[in-house]
Write a protein that binds this ligand. Sequence first.
Ligand code: ASP
Length: 335
Amino acid sequence: MLINQKNSELKNIVILATGGTIAGTGEEGKTTNYQAGNLDIQTLISSVSNLDKIANIYGEQIANVDSNDITVNHWLTLANKINELSKQEDIDGFVITHGTDTLEETAYFLDLTVKTSKPVVLTGAMRPSTATSADGPLNLYQSVALAASDLSIEQGCMVVFSDGIYSGRNVQKVNTFKTNAFSSIEFGCLGYMRDNIPYFFNKSIKPHTIDSQFDISKLNQLPKVSIAYFNIDADPSILKYFSQSSEGIVIAGAGSGTFSTKWLQAIESLELKGIPVVRSSRIGSGIILEDDAMDKYNNCIPSYTLSPPKARILLSLALTKTKDYGEIKNIFAEY
Ligand code: ASP
């Protein structure tokens, strides 16, 4: 891919479109009952005024789906494409448009698997393009501006949403319909966008991009990891069921990654089968550490501050490297 450099003063940014509400259409003015992933990348680009004043843009359609239909194949395509294109000197950064429902998962996967210090920014929208005050155009404008900023180099994979800049590791969707739908809760945002100017205040110190040990270049699948949600009286047989089809299990536990005595008993047989079990939490903030009672069996691993879907990604990538419980524990402590 060669960027047609229209303005040699500007950076060259590749936009990879995957669909979502930002590319959604519905009844004029309405924010509900629309179809996600309907507009193509060229229409999206042309809907943002002044985009050509902040960067030279090259757009490519990777998919056009609701983000609930994003798969590991999309992840591998995105990571491999970014890894390939980032070697080109005439490409300065990347923006990925994505549905918001699973945006934090793709952001974390790319944070751990792209091998470039060039900026990678994900964005989306909570309102379809046909809504009154659609939020997609400003989010896309600010994402391109962030990807084109020197300040963004070596910041890992970021998310821009509603004037906030978030790290791919810590970002979470926190609202089902409001435009200010993303947050890093207790870790705070990395900074703010005001128009096209980024203001950074924080940095994630966890290994990412060029410092991450994970290499997906030779993979066409990832080890399967399933998430089991715990609640009062939750049936422990879900753990046995998942153990038949998965190489690892993440528990969305109560409180600090806890569950019942019955679930703990079920974990003993998983230990013998060689299946690691990561204890995460359904709470959404706080930390989960090693705990003598809950980590009775060697296969139990605390997720620290990773949410269940993010712990699933890290466990899956860890399993591409090792099946050793101790080594997987170290990976969770480091990342
Ligand atoms: N269901 C949509 C999606 O994730 C929601 C959105 O983009 O806001 O694709």
